[in-house]
Design a protein around this ligand. Structure first.
Ligand SMILES: NC(=O)N[C@@H](O)C(=O)O
Length: 323
């Protein structure tokens, strides 16, 4: 089952999406995050969706503005593709390969849940950045609360999946990560989610013998294919990522967990590392990035000019005077 959030005639609605693109609005539902909390997991979500199947049909998807499927409670972005790590390290640090520590656990950072953009929204250039990049990822969406989960238990907490574009200001990111924290401003201007939340049961046919989802991933810039990979090249399953995220804490309905950027052109920075030059060039206003994931759909966003950074003073160099 596919769920969409959309704006139509000044109203925000949540609907089941039929194969022909007809939207079946869920009566009284305006937030998928709230519906996830109320339905207590995938079975409840499917039951709520089934009720919409008898409801009068709504508009066609082409007649509405698609919104991000949900307003996330939180967004964790993992890094689970070796090829991406090796390529980006080459372009940022000049050194290739994957650090041994990387294999110890699926690392992630928290990104900005207040900067979520829809599947066709314009994306502003982050203030002060001249090196904008996209990142092709798939996100798991949590439908049931869990703590200290095993991977087996984690599977029951995943309601579904959606496409995630982690827009990245590489110049801001490499500068702030030299401080040993972050990323932060390199990532917090925009993340795209969409086009739909596809429930986990619908992608089960793509699961391989090791538990990975074998979905084809494609990235295009201005209609030219620059990246192709398989989601099954992740080094951890989504269940293992959720289990790790829930270690010593909780995951909650509406939490979003990004797979990390795929390899073979899942972002420009990896290609720059491989080629030793910025080809294709960083994204600029007018460029359109289209990311497609088999079994889920496409998001296609155009870059637009952003705002200028508000000047701030440099950090004060302090004496070590004591009270
Ligand atoms: N998430 C991920 O795989 N990578 C990025 O966030 C990155 O900046 O390299």
């Amino acid at each position: 089952m596919r769920f969409a959030a959309y704006a139509h005639r000044h109203r925000r609605r949540v609907a089941v999406v039929q194969d022909d693109g007809t939207l079946l609005p869920l009566p009284g539902v305006t937030s998928l995050t709230a519906l996830l909390s109320e339905s207590g997991g995938l079975p409840g979500l499917l039951a709520a969706g089934a009720q919409a199947l008898d409801a009068p049909p709504g508009p066609h998807v082409s007649e509405v503005r698609l919104l991000p499927p949900l307003r996330p409670a939180s967004v964790r972005d993992f890094v689970t593709f070796e090829e991406h790590v090796a390529g980006v390290r080459r372009s940022v640090e000049g050194s290739g390969g994957v650090p041994e520590q990387w294999y110890a656990a699926p690392t992630f950072y928290f990104t900005n849940p207040h900067a979520i953009h829809g599947p066709h929204d314009d994306i502003p250039v982050p203030p002060g950045s001249a090196v904008l990049d996209f990142e092709l990822e798939v996100a798991a969406v949590i439908g049931r609360e869990g703590r200290d989960l095993t991977p087996e238990q984690a599977r029951d907490t995943i309601a579904g999946y959606t496409v995630l574009n982690d827009w990245s200001a590489r110049d801001l990111q490499s500068a702030e990560m030299r401080v040993g924290l972050g990323p932060c401003k390199g990532k917090d201007t925009a993340t795209t989610l969409g086009p739909y939340l596809v429930t986990a049961d619908e992608l089960e046919p793509y699961r391989d013998a090791d538990g990975f989802l074998r979905l084809a991933l494609t990235a295009e810039v201005n209609g030219e294919v620059v990246g192709r990979d398989l989601l099954s090249h992740m080094s951890w399953t989504f269940e293992e990522m959720v289990a790790y995220a829930s270690r010593g804490t909780r995951v909650l309905p509406g939490d979003v967990l990004g797979s990390g950027t795929c390899g073979n052109g899942g972002c420009l920075a990896e290609l720059w590392g491989l080629r030793g030059e910025q080809t294709p060039p960083p994204l600029k206003p007018g460029d359109t990035v289209t990311l497609t994931v088999e079994g889920i759909g496409s998001v296609s966003n155009t870059v637009v000019p952003g705002t200028d950074p508000v000047p701030l003073p440099a950090g004060r160099r302090r004496s070590r005077e004591r009270p």
